[in-house]
Design a protein around this ligand. Structure first.
Ligand code: SF4
Length: 370
């Protein structure tokens, strides 16, 4: 059994011999304090041990301060493109998540090492843990080389940041390596855990999508990894309506329980062939409140092609939208009044919410007829 380093995240410990902790992320706008608090309560009631919130600007920071006053939940802040907000949010949270693929957006003259150094100092001063969150949909562009596969780049990126943490003597960190392909998640997490057995791991299949497939994909990766002793915390990422966000926690806890009891998915429950629809779980950054309906409509309208082996990505914003669309046959990502469309990595333009489903169907028919 793997024995990772124990780290503290607010009132809980992760890694070492501790129970695997289930976590989730709010899908509400962080600025909507009431709605965010209601989702935090919904998730806590189901047993969430850590709850992540996106913070992208000073207004979000103000909202976070108010949210903090009303909850004792272990909060994690998700910093994507604006890492400099870390110093403002750290006093109110127990964990900071940064994505190595998004550190380049601002202060381009500063080295990655210096940026991480700053994050580490802030985390240390505020008793926060750090998650290095590597995602196939938003890999560090400076590591992308022609022909290199996403898994290798993800490992390289995570390793680079682990080495920085270790060189700085900072120990309260963990790593996540996420992909929308469950077998990709298995491969990179197994590989990484051999390279760095002491680093706690946060497991997740990103954009696992709607139920029941979102659960099945998560189970494929998590059942395997947990049964090998790999994984210290996990998030099941589901495209579900606001009121059903608790399902992420319920499913996560059930997976852990089932693995303990030796209960696994039947071998034929997940096929790597046939139409694969990935969709994001939504968060504060989502550009529309129609995301769940859009994902459902695309799923229904493309069901005629369920046996065709194509991937369609339905994403809520541009953070992971363009990247996931590059890896899909057809990818859409939302803007407030239109939806962007890529086919095989080529931007086709933007379409209204009323027309996008028909356009996706047309493009899918074209791919089938090619
Ligand atoms: S794609 Fe955008 S909206 Fe969807 S979960 Fe990622 S950051 Fe949030």
């Amino acid at each position: 059994m793997r024995n990772s380093r124990e780290i503290k995240v607010g009132s809980i410990f992760l890694g070492g011999k501790n129970e695997v902790a289930v976590q989730s992320m709010c899908s509400s706008k962080t600025g909507d304090i009431k709605r965010t608090l209601s989702q935090i309560h919904q998730l806590q009631e189901k047993g969430a041990k850590i709850i992540r919130i996106a913070v992208d600007n000073k207004e979000d920071v103000k909202s976070l301060k108010e949210i903090r006053k009303e909850t004792d939940a272990n909060l994690s802040v998700d910093l994507q493109e604006n890492y400099v907000l870390a110093k403002d949010v750290a006093p109110y949270v127990q964990k900071i998540r940064y994505n190595p693929g998004h550190l380049y957006h601002i202060e381009k003259e500063k080295s990655v090492k210096d940026k991480v150094k700053e994050l580490v100092q802030i985390a240390g001063e505020n008793d926060c843990a750090i998650r290095i969150g590597v995602n196939f949909g938003s890999l560090d562009p400076s590591l992308r080389k022609n022909g290199e596969n996403s898994g290798d780049i993800a490992i390289k990126s995570a390793s680079e940041h682990v080495e920085i943490m270790e060189s700085l003597g900072f120990k309260d960190y963990l790593v996540s390596l996420k992909s929308s392909d469950p077998y990709g998640v298995i491969k990179i997490n197994e590989q990484f855990s051999k390279l760095y057995p002491f680093v706690p791991l946060h497991l997740g299949v990103t954009e696992a999508g709607m139920l029941p497939m979102g659960e099945i994909k998560s189970r494929v990766a998590m059942e395997y990894l947990l049964s090998k002793g790999i994984g210290d915390t996990l998030r099941v990422s589901l495209t579900v309506p606001f009121d059903e966000k608790y399902q992420e926690i319920a499913v996560g806890n059930q997976i852990i329980e089932d693995v303990k009891n030796g209960k696994f998915l039947p071998k034929d429950a997940y096929k790597t062939t046939g139409l694969n629809i990935i969709s994001c779980p939504s968060c504060s950054r989502v550009q529309t409140d129609k995301l769940v309906d859009l994902a459902k409509s695309i799923k229904e309208a493309t069901s005629f092609a369920k046996d065709e082996s194509f991937t369609i990505a339905v994403m809520g914003c541009r953070v992971n939208g363009p990247g996931e669309s590059d890896d899909a046959d057809i990818g859409v990502w939302c803007a407030p009044n239109f939806v962007n469309l890529k086919v095989r990595g080529n931007l086709q333009g933007s379409f209204s919410y009323d027309e996008i489903v028909n356009v996706v169907v047309k493009e899918l028919r074209n791919l089938i007829n090619e």
